[in-house]
Design a protein around this ligand. Structure first.
Ligand SMILES: C[S@@+](CC[C@H](N)C(=O)[O-])C[C@H]1O[C@@H](n2cnc3c(N)ncnc32)[C@H](O)[C@@H]1O
Length: 214
């Protein structure tokens, strides 16, 4: 399934190389991002949000995607040396206490629940203390829920794989990794695209301060 998924997204981005506007989630997150920091993006696709962040903030961005061809294209086209695009599986990417922010839009519903748990733990380990993890995902109330072939546990395959998320379950998985929940919402109106208005989940997790012992 992984190869098919990767091929699906490679051909999608070959036809959708540029987006001149950020996602609504990108504009929501921007005010949280401070100058002189760094951010890891999981599953950047054509990197519209990474380009938006770098345009508005003096930060360093590492953006990952499984699509090697799209990543090669982005590395060729980027003009900003503060951006690094890497072809990698974000579920097993971990750099201890390296980042101020981790950003994941519409990617955690692209992977299995075990991969979600591993990604949450890797994001936690990769963040500096007080660092923030921004997540937007499709919920089980999405109008696409139930479309395609069901493979159980809220997972469906149409032309590609989606696993619709129960907010409380993702929150519990994040807390189990050590995260605090700073913000959570599930609503329509947050990710409108053309005629579509899916009910999505937005979450901001924070890596808490270390307990100090004297
Ligand atoms: C729905 S797209 C979202 C793209 C982008 N974040 C956006 O909002 O426009 C999902 C992206 O996640 C990538 N992806 C899915 N699973 C991945 C994995 N395990 N490792 C790296 N990238 C992955 C896909 O290649 C695709 O680019």
């Amino acid at each position: 399934m992984e190869i098919e998924e990767k091929n699906y997204w490679e051909s999608f981005y070959a036809k959708n190389r540029f987006f001149d506007t950020p996602s609504p989630f990108g504009t929501f997150v921007l005010p949280f991002i401070q100058e002189g920091t760094n951010l890891l993006e999981l599953g950047c696709g054509n990197a519209r949000d990474a380009f938006y962040f770098i345009e508005h903030r003096n930060i360093q961005i590492t953006a990952l995607d499984q699509c090697g061809e799209e990543i090669a294209f982005l590395n060729e086209k980027k003009e900003d040396l503060n951006m690094v695009f890497e072809a990698a599986d974000f579920t097993s990417y971990r750099k201890v206490e390296a980042y101020d922010y981790v950003y994941s839009r519409f990617t955690l519903h692209s992977v299995s629940v075990d991969d979600e748990k591993r990604t949450l733990q890797n994001a936690f380990d990769s963040l500096k203390t007080e660092g923030l993890f921004f997540v937007e995902v499709r919920s089980t109330n999405d109008e696409l829920y139930g479309k395609g072939k069901s493979i159980g546990n809220h997972q469906f395959i149409t032309d590609h794989y989606r696993r619709f998320i129960v907010m409380e379950e993702m929150i519990e998985n994040a807390i189990n990794c050590g995260f605090k929940v700073l913000y959570n919402i599930q609503s329509k109106g947050l990710a409108r695209y053309n005629t579509k208005d899916p009910e999505v989940i937005r979450l901001i997790f924070q890596k808490g301060s270390r307990l100090t012992s004297s």
